[in-house]
Design a binder for this molecule. Structure first.
Ligand SMILES: C[S@@+](CC[C@H](N)C(=O)[O-])C[C@H]1O[C@@H](n2cnc3c(N)ncnc32)[C@H](O)[C@@H]1O
Length: 132
């Protein structure tokens, strides 16, 4: 399977986009820097309603720098697999996610359409602003 057509566009966007709005959001979210429109309130609502118990597995597809999976994993105690295509997005989120979640987080550079993961491996999946 070929990489998604927008891979290069997103790679460049992650390299360029370091806005002041992003810095303000980082302060409100406890560290995360989104590349989408999902608010802190919406992410908190997901964490409160998803029903994840500590140690269960959450898959965040198209996670960019780790939003909103990082917040959901922080609030629930879940383990997190954070997946996206541009390696630059993962690189920018790596240190912060490690600090927030320690050994509970893994990042994978891959295409969400073709992950070698069997049924039933995750208790929940999130993907925000990915179908764009
Ligand atoms: C608008 S951004 C949202 C990123 C993050 N969820 C957030 O809210 O900050 C959309 C993301 O989806 C990713 N994406 C698009 N197609 C994908 C695919 N097939 N597999 C994995 N990620 C994909 C893009 O690389 C991009 O990082």
């Amino acid at each position: 399977m070929h990489p998604p057509a927008n891979t290069r566009l997103f790679e460049e966007k992650y390299l360029r986009f370091q806005s002041e709005a992003g810095a303000r959001f980082r302060a409100a979210s406890g560290g995360s820097v989104p590349n989408g429109w999902t608010t802190v309130e919406q992410a908190e609502w997901m964490a409160a309603t998803v029903g994840l118990a500590p140690g269960e597995r959450l898959l965040d597809l198209g996670a960019g720098r780790g939003w909103p999976g990082e917040l959901i994993a922080q609030h629930t105690g879940a383990q997190l697999l954070s997946v996206d295509v541009p390696i630059e997005a993962l690189r920018q989120g790596r240190a912060r996610m490690r600090e927030a979640l320690g050994a509970r987080v893994w990042q994978v550079c891959g295409d969400g359409r073709a992950l070698p993961i069997g049924d039933g491996h995750f208790s929940a999946v999130c993907h925000t602003d990915v179908l764009c």
